[in-house]
Design a protein. Structure first.
Length: 209
């Protein structure tokens, strides 16, 4: 980003076991989507956005994921207790961002099992954040479905993550603080992949960019 513009990071959550998809920990994120690993597609969209820094939180199946993907300048960190749930991965990632020497204005929270992430969505959230006022989070409102990912969490709201527990992520906090959440209308939907059937049905659900 240009000097003087807000500096946003990307935090990609990729530590889950994916047990509804496969008995092999982390195998879901390596499932092939249009010729490349699912997590690889997500990271490709993130790179196209060109965040100031990208943190990828790995946990279950981390060794296989690290060996399989073609990495660029992403910083990989480990959640050593991934069974504590999504909240623990968010906390590991936010702590890694806090430890960086250069200040950041916010972070995109990105899920590794949403392979139809689009750079245009991230750009729309960034543009909206410039006039966010008292809002501390910016989320997409898709034409179809109820997903609200990725979330652009401005730095003043990073303390929200410290309060999280279990496997529900930011959802409950966004619902509890509606006056602090700015929703931006975007096209399409954002299906995630929990099961092999979900992967087979992606094209039929309109998630494809």
């Amino acid at each position: 980003m240009d000097l003087g513009q807000p500096r946003y990071a990307a935090l990609v959550l990729a530590a889950g076991a994916g047990s509804r998809y496969s008995d092999a920990p982390g195998a879901k994120l390596l499932a092939t989507v249009e010729g490349e690993p699912m997590l690889g597609r997500v990271l490709g969209a993130v790179r196209a956005y060109r965040p100031a820094v990208t943190i990828v939180v790995l946990g279950h199946g981390a060794g296989d994921i690290e060996r399989t993907l073609a990495w660029h300048d992403e910083i990989r960190v480990r959640n050593h207790e991934p069974d504590r749930g999504l909240a623990s991965s968010l906390q590991v990632g936010i702590d890694a961002l806090r430890a960086l020497p250069e200040p950041l204005d916010g972070v995109f929270i990105v899920l590794g099992d949403q392979p139809w992430l689009r750079v245009e969505t991230m750009q729309a959230l960034e543009a909206a954040a410039l006039t966010a006022g008292d809002h501390l989070a910016v989320v997409p409102r898709y034409e179809r479905g109820r997903a609200r990912n990725p979330v652009l969490l401005l730095r003043a709201a990073w303390s929200w993550v410290d309060r999280l527990e279990g496997d529900r992520g930011l959802g409950p906090l966004l619902e509890a603080e509606p006056e602090r959440v700015l929703a931006v209308r975007v096209e399409g939907e954002m299906p995630d992949v929990d099961t092999p059937a979900d992967l087979l049905g992606l094209d039929h659900r309109g998630g494809r960019p």
